[in-house]
Design a protein around this ligand. Structure first.
Ligand code: GUN
Length: 301
């Protein structure tokens, strides 16, 4: 029996989208500006195609302009960089996202760093990484931003709380740690090689699991009452559902952790829906900044 509050990421994301849509409507009415997001997909990875379609649909639903560039697998680096230069120069585009992973012949770092940092709604450009780390205004990666929003809603101020981030990826773990530090948490980054990881997690008021290992964080790693944010999305065999069936699980063993935690995000339906909602929030923020207008309340780091 779960005793933790289950954080409803789907409802939270819907609320973020509503706030974005309301702000977009005002921008259009008062300033005659429509935020625009360009998504670039190279090749035909089926999972990426699903994400890109979903991004485009939600962008339009909040009243923004959505542009999709689908390029063939064999696209050269020169061609891709030329497209980014064109999008960088296009005043109707405020956000640019290059869907990852890219085909192997393309240099991801080179491509990401060609995006105008002011339009880098993924927050992956080296200048945004540096800005986040030094406390300057940055574009912040969407998934950690979504986690931060949920944590602020749960706790109000995060100042002084012990936070453990399990995982050290550039996309989630490292920026998550930076954001928690900016909100005055005492932050520990744990990872696959960390000694006494259970002990370290047991001291945490906040655990963010983003390590990519199914159900690694168990209930007995969790301090009673702690908030647990599960970023993992792993597909595992589910023989109980029938031969050959699978199911999605997080990096947290939900059933045991939910007995101890104060609040916990489920998988699916927790952090997942927040990522695209935060992409829309970032596009709106980029648009406001580019026009020198006030940033939307509650939608930025
Ligand atoms: N592929 C998987 N996640 C992401 C993401 O957050 N941004 C981009 N650009 N590609 C991804």
């Amino acid at each position: 029996m779960a005793s933790a509050q289950i954080i409803d990421g789907k409802a939270f994301a819907a609320n973020v989208r509503e706030k974005v849509a309301a702000h977009v409507a005002r921008l259009k009415e008062v300033h005659h500006i429509t935020p625009g997001l360009a998504v670039v997909l190279v090749g035909e990875d089926p999972a990426s195609e699903v994400y890109v379609r979903s991004k485009g649909k939600q962008t339009v639903e909040v009243g923004m302009k959505s542009v999709e560039h689908k390029l063939p697998e064999q696209t050269s680096e020169t061609e891709l960089l030329a497209l980014l230069d064109q999008l960088n120069a296009d005043p109707s585009i405020h956000g640019i996202l290059v869907q990852l992973p890219l085909p192997k012949h393309l240099n991801e770092d080179l491509v990401i760093n060609r995006i105008d940092p002011a339009k880098d709604v993924d927050g992956f450009h080296i200048s945004n990484v540096g800005r986040l780390a030094t406390g300057q205004k940055a574009m912040v990666p969407c998934t950690p931003l979504g986690c931060l929003m949920m944590l602020r809603e749960q706790h109000g101020s995060l100042a002084g709380l012990n936070a453990v981030v399990v995982g050290r990826s550039n996309i989630v773990g490292k920026p998550m740690a930076q954001l928690l530090l900016r909100d005055s948490c005492t932050v520990t980054i744990a990872h696959s090689r960390t000694k006494d990881i259970e002990e370290i997690c047991r001291r945490a008021d906040i655990v963010v699991a983003a390590v990519g290992r199914p159900q690694m964080v168990h209930g007995d790693w969790i301090k009673p009452g702690a908030t647990v944010i599960d970023v993992g999305i792993n597909r595992i065999d589910a023989p109980e559902k029938g031969a050959g069936k699978t199911r999605l699980v997080g990096d947290v063993d939900f059933d045991s952790a939910a007995q101890v935690a104060g609040a916990i995000t489920p998988v699916p339906g927790g952090v997942g829906p927040m990522t695209i909602a935060c992409l829309l929030a970032n596009t709106l923020t980029a648009c406001c900044r580019s026009h020198g207008l006030p940033e939307p309340d509650g939608l930025t780091a």
